[in-house]
Design a protein around this ligand. Structure first.
Ligand code: 5GP
Ligand code: MN
Length: 331
């Protein structure tokens, strides 16, 4: 049987379902979790479907189900755990204990670096987002039951569509990154048929910045350093600077993209200190460099053109280690 239909079969058999996503959940993570949860609640009103995510940013508060997201671990037991957009088990972070004590586990993802930690794993590295994978999985089941895509879209309505759409725009940089396929745009076309306020969704969740976020971005750009003949650019934020601006990691969205689009840059790196001498590393590449390979080497993961990891040491150590590996790919 098709793997997607097998997943749908297992989901339909479970009565109590937990859905979990990755640490520091982004738009795709939140969008895919809430789209799946809201779909399951609508289709199977008797099922209990709970979402577990580290405190999500309030920019996503327009999504249905946002206020019911569990941000702390509970003692509840579930028949099935669905891990979304999480390439390794440690990425589940606080919901990991629930994952481990749940008998059946399924993972739905689009990270090529997925470690196949669940009982069954569905990975489509060519999909723009986990939201796209979830959409295709639910649609396949509905088609099996005789519905057309148009009929299904009319049935899900604007609230579930908004969650899928949020996932698509966040992982494609509003349909701009190379992971955007004709199919991604076809799905977006279906979603806007439901009447979602897409302009508002894009502005509120993607482009809008607070004053502090803008200031910290300015500071990162001002203090960025180019190495390797301008092919690599990096910027680092210490804990001290983060504290000075009262900023947290969710305030850094968009900075790395601004570094990446600088003329001549192949790889952009943003470091932000999460503990003393421990840096969260974000990397983006423009063309040939596979930053995922570098991230995996240091225990992280991601995609060819967008990846991350956590590294110890001074900024100098971290950049030296990263550029050493990047150089091998740029010769
Ligand atoms: P970002 O730089 O926006 O945090 O992440 C870019 C991509 O790399 C995302 O797809 C994200 O899931 C992945 N990623 C970032 N940090 C890590 C990490 O520490 N471990 C793994 N496995 N993936 C990461
Ligand atoms: Mn994703």
């Amino acid at each position: 049987m098709d793997m997607m239909l097998e997943f749908m079969e297992q989901i339909s058999q479970a009565e109590q379902i937990a859905i979990g996503g990755h640490i520091r959940p982004d738009g795709d993570c939140i969008g895919s979790c809430l789209a799946l949860q809201q779909y399951l609640k609508k289709k199977y009103p008797k099922k209990i479907v709970d979402v577990y995510l580290e405190k999500p940013s309030s920019i996503f508060s327009y999504l249905k189900g946002f206020d019911e997201i569990n941000t702390t671990v509970s003692e509840k037991n579930y028949d099935l755990f669905l891990a979304l957009d999480s390439s390794s088990v440690d990425r589940l972070e606080f919901s990991e204990p629930i994952f481990h004590r749940t008998k059946k586990t399924l993972c739905i993802d689009h990270h090529i670096s997925n470690t196949y930690y669940a009982d069954k794993t569905l990975v489509f590295p060519e999909a723009s987002s986990t939201s796209e994978v979830v959409y295709e999985m639910l649609l396949l089941q509905e088609k099996q039951e005789g519905k057309t895509e148009e009929e299904w879209i009319a049935w899900i309505g604007s609230e579930i569509a908004a969650a899928f759409y949020t996932g698509l725009i966040h992982d494609t940089g509003v349909f701009k990154y190379s992971n955007t396929s004709p199919r991604t745009l076809e799905i977006a076309a279906q979603l806007i048929k439901t009447g979602i306020p897409f302009t508002q969704i894009i502005d509120q969740s993607f482009y809008e910045k607070t004053y502090i976020q803008t200031q910290i971005m300015g500071r990162c750009l001002l203090e960025s350093i180019r190495v390797m003949n301008g092919k690599v650019i990096f910027s680092a934020l210490s804990q001290e600077i983060m504290k000075f601006y009262g900023a947290s990691s969710e305030d850094l969205d968009g900075i790395i993209d601004q570094l990446r689009i600088i003329k001549g840059v192949e790889v952009a790196i943003l470091l932000h200190e999460v503990k003393t001498q421990e840096y969260k590393v974000s990397m983006r590449s423009n063309h040939t460099v596979d930053v995922q390979r570098v991230a995996v080497y240091f225990g992280g993961g991601g995609h060819k053109k967008a990846a991350g990891c956590t590294m110890q040491g001074s900024v100098y150590d971290v950049i030296n280690n990263l550029t050493g590996l990047l150089e091998e790919q740029m010769e």
